[in-house]
Unconditional design. Sequence first.
Lengths: 494, 226
Amino acid sequence: MSTIGLLTLVLTVAPAVAIVLILLIRHPRVAEALNLVASAISLLSIVAIVFLRGDAKLTFWGDYVIIDGLGSWTILCAAIVYFLASIYAVGYMRLLGEEDRLHRFYALFAGFGLSTLVGPMMNNAGLYWIAIELTTLISTFLVAFEREAASIEAAWKYIIVVSAGISLALLGTVLFYWSGTFVLGPTYDMTWDTLQQAAPKLNPSLVSLSFLLVLIGYGTKVGLAPMHTWLPDAHSEGPAPVSALLSGALLNTAMVGIVRYLVVADAAGISHLARGTLLALGAFSLFIAALFIVRQKGVKRLMAYSSIEHMGVIALGFGFGGPLGIAGALYHMLNHSLNKSAMFFGAGSVMRAYDTKRIPSIRHVMSRLPVLGGLWLAGAVAITGAPPFALFLSELTIIRAGLASEQYFLIALMAVLLVVIFVGFLNHFRTMYIENGEIADQKIVPVSAWCLLPMWLALVPLFVMGLWWPNALWEHFQTIAHALDAAAPTEALR
Amino acid sequence: MLAAHLDPLPASLFSLLAIGSLLLSFVMLGSRWLRHYLYAFAAQSWLIAILSGAVGYYGNYAELYIVAILTAAFRGLLLPYLILRIIRRLEVHREVHVILQASSSLVIGAFAVIFALAVSYRIGAALNLAGTIVVLALTVMLSMKLIGFLMLSVRHEAISQILGLLVLENGVFLGAQILVPGMPLLIEIVILFDLLIVVACFGVLVQYLLSLVGTTSSLQLKRLVG
């Protein structure tokens, strides 16, 4: 077995071993240490894989596992969030006073991390569906972990809405398999490559139906509007490290499925319908996010709607396609993962310090939580896409991709909505930082280093990458874009 | 492909089973007693299990016998038993919160079937398979999907939402047996297994809901809006 195969094994086995040990030892301190070590090992292995892979596309274990550009990049994003969230969880979960259930939390947390890492490397469309379903099952319990009425309500909506949505993806998968049987015979392995190679011979109307079902199904999991209704609830009611993992890792993992099917749709010659629908969903997500961000009252719900916005931006990037669109979307994936994790960490700590989730009850953050306040504010500026942070670059690249494919109306709409979100989002931060409120005691609340460190780790790279987009990274995106775009007629949308 | 050139006997058997399952989803749609709802679901699962066996027999797919046994055991016996236990424990016997009268939901269900038929007819024509069992299988598959969504949206009892989800998946199973009998066994087993976990999850959640929110109606879930 090659080095990369070995690293892939380490990547997945580390969290799995951690889960077993956590459940055997059942001690909160040991559990948090094991989870942290497992996440660090996973992160190191995927970093090594991304460096060693070059532009090779490797499959292991009877073609069931694939390490390709898109997959390894998404796993990298997920592993980073898992690692940062594991650091943050050490500080945050001790505040909840659930010591005797904490080992269960960490076992589930490692399981959730593992499932988001495994999803993108599934080479079989059916197995990918199972991995996505597994993420839902595990994370439901994490969302409900605090056992308050609101978190259980969120968990219930989450599992019902997402399972219903994902069952459409199952129908789409079955129909895709069926369309393949006309070309490949009654039994075949439904790998992404097989589908892509068979695609030109597939029946266009059947592929269109299947693709739309898959898009709506996985789109539910990505949180594209109007299938986003579970997202604000689940993201806002789970503990903060879980929110970060949901937003930064899970959404990308589900986006991979859409992109892989998009490649098949391109090869089948239905680019126009496929990309058009994805672009429409992306733009509508931005619209819904803008509406709800402006009049939001909950601090974590604000972050959740911002996730819907950024998933919309990523969907637009992949929808525009081409070297620019794909590079922008991939860069945006990483930037959003880093930035949104930092925002949820900040929101979690602020919520604990003020003991409320409501924006109107949070005032004078800067004077009360000096360091955290500064970091959180920097994160807020970054997440709205303002320079000098990396999200500005990736959004600009996506806009350039849109201009290159002559989607002027969409670009204008996107620009207007991004400005609305910028104003609306930062206005909430203005009220939380400088508006006068009734918070009487202005005492400084200490924030544990465990909670501050991951915010530094997320925001410093964002700042650096905002000033300097490394050339190696750009070339890496171009090889991925080349692999994804091989089937796409570049003129598809003109 | 098996479904394209079938002898008259298996073709009519498959059609009978598919139409029987579709009728049972209308029984579910029209019943306001959770218990009837559940029995109809169990019967539907049994029909699908028999269908798997029949497809396995006529198409020489040995692994479909295993799928048939698993479907009958899990979806025909175990799942209904678990849900029945929850119903007993919660003491909710009929659908208390009805948004839509049973008769109106039946009419909407009928429209859903017509829509599914129109879609399948076009797909069947595009594949030169018009007039075969493929069109029927596709119609039943899509209409059970739509009826499942209808149940999810007009019923608010937690248990009927679970059943609605299971009907959604039953539709896929039924269609998959006829259209893609060769789909790898691995996937089908994991899907069956997966459903068991789903119900375990739901059991826990229903308990949680009852102990903390005090009701199992999702109409009461309105803290989180906006």
